[in-house]
Design a protein around this ligand. Structure first.
Ligand code: OSB
Ligand code: MG
Length: 464
């Protein structure tokens, strides 16, 4: 039966480790609340007293744009408030971890980061795949993509072409007041009746009703979160006046929110995100509510690394996840994912949940280490912090180090003949670094080591 827990096992969490990694996106991602070039992700590793481990990911953003949680607030809250509520406690099952943290209000993404890690641990301990352990029934899930706001319509059309060719079943484009009616029109003209939807991330109000109603002519599969992030009342008013089904994202933070929104008719579809609702147990409850109310539902994404993505794949196998989700291949986001194998999508736009125990992907600690900027371990005996600066090797630092090496090489090769010239070169490098976005920094970093021996200072400045 979907949603039930087939097995459970007693566990005691001995330690919770937080690891912040900085990962540059392959391409920037723009929504109505801003652009992201690089993710600052907090990974969570839990270990029990028997030495089993589990991994989770905090899906909050770098700024409080999508939700009020963001990397630094989440780090503090998880370290100082939530982790101490869980370490050292005996729990009968991962489904009970949520309850251990109930004295803290809100902070659902941070709670989910611990809770989902405990689910992975429990499934590993039982040697079952997480997707089955969660009550999944469809091992193969249907996938769509979410495409950010681009610099030009031509660029957007090209991106859509690429994703359709890759096999994705539906296309979601981000919309905002400067990027809506005309853009959707252009997409419809180019691609005909593909499964298409728009996500406004709360960029409109009821004053925009005429424009929002005009979108009806495009037969969108749905319009995601047109109105404010905490609203379900105005959405009900809007839904009564437009044909396009409204899909709710931001305001559905709990099973009760889902129930109320369904009762009010605030929308016809729900985008369910593990992080936003506080973890797998909350997702299971919302899945049940939607399934019983015949409200279609799908799994949203938060630009997760492979660890969060693996959890999204697992929960998407539950029966209520009837529509293609924003769960897509690793390579759309990362040059190198932190899990192995990378998440891949078939030519028919599907992902098959792995058969291995727990999340079913290997966590590559060596890769995590390369992009780690800080760690802290919370145990019932104390808190251990990693303040070793030499381990701080985010890509930006990596580029800086390599540029230093290049200067040394330039000096050795007598390209630089005085301290003065060296200073000028150093200054130019610093300007260059500041001008680079992180995606560019990453690609330069990848090329640099090969070039050090044959380095010529001029070559770098061609890029600026
Ligand atoms: O609203 O669904 C959203 C990304 C960050 C914050 C909010 C959202 C999104 C996405 C991207 O749409 C989904 C993904 O590809 O992970
Ligand atoms: Mg959304």
């Amino acid at each position: 039966m979907p949603g039930c827990i087939p097995y459970q096992v007693n566990m005691q969490i001995r330690s919770i480790e937080l690891i912040e990694i900085n990962l540059p996106l392959v391409q920037f991602f723009e929504t109505s609340f801003g652009r992201t070039y690089e993710r600052r992700i907090i990974l969570v590793r839990v270990e029990d007293t028997d030495g089993n481990e589990g991994w989770g990911e905090n899906t909050c953003g770098e700024v409080p744009g999508y939700s009020d949680e963001w990397t630094d607030s989440a780090w503090e809250t998880t370290e100082k408030i939530l982790a101490p509520m869980v370490v050292g406690k005996d729990v009968d099952s991962a489904a009970d971890v949520w309850g251990l943290m109930k004295r803290a209000r809100g902070h659902r993404m941070s709670k989910a980061s611990i809770e989902t890690a405990c689910w992975d641990l429990e499934a590993k301990k039982l040697r079952v795949p997480l997707w089955r352990h969660l009550g999944g029934v469809n091992q193969t899930i249907n996938c769509g993509v979410s495409i950010g706001i681009q610099d030009s319509v031509a660029q957007l059309l090209e991106k859509i072409r690429t994703e359709l060719d890759a096999g994705y079943q539906r296309i979601k484009i981000k919309i905002a007041p400067h990027w809506d009616y005309d853009v959707i029109k252009a997409v419809r003209e180019e691609f005909g009746d593909i499964l298409l939807m728009g996500d406004a991330n709360s960029a409109y109000t009821l004053d925009d009703i005429d424009m929002l109603r005009s979108l009806d002519e495009f037969g969108l599969m749905m319009l995601e979160q047109p109105l404010p992030y905490d609203d379900i009342i105005d959405h009900a008013k809007l839904q009564a006046q437009i044909k396009t089904p409204i899909c709710l994202d931001e305001p559905i933070k709990s099973p009760d929110d889902a129930r109320k929104a369904i009762e009010l008719g605030s929308g016809k579809i729900i985008n369910l995100k593990n992080g936003r609702v506080g973890g797998h147990a909350q997702s299971q409850q919302i899945e049940t509510i939607c399934r019983e109310a015949a409200i279609p539902m799908w799994c949203g994404g938060m630009l997760e690394s492979g660890i969060g993505r693996a959890h999204n794949i697992a929960i998407s196998t539950l029966a209520g996840y009837t529509m293609p989700g924003d769960v897509s291949a690793s390579k759309r986001y990362w040059h190198e994912d932190v899990i192995e194998p990378a998440v891949e999508v078939s030519l028919s736009g599907t992902i098959t949940a792995p058969d291995g125990p727990g999340i079913g992907f290997e966590v590559r600690r060596d890769r995590i280490k390369k992009v780690t900027v800080r760690t802290v371990q919370i145990t019932s005996n104390g808190v251990y912090r990693d303040d070793d600066d030499s381990r701080i090797v985010s890509y930006k630092h990596y580029v800086e180090d390599l540029l230093d090496q290049l200067i040394e090489t330039a000096v050795e090769n007598k390209h630089v003949k005085s301290e003065f010239e060296r200073g000028v070169l150093q200054g130019n490098y610093e300007l260059l670094l500041r001008a680079l976005n992180l995606t560019e920094a990453f690609s330069i970093a990848e090329q640099l080591p090969k070039k050090i021996s044959e380095f010529e200072p001029e070559s770098l400045f061609d890029k600026s």
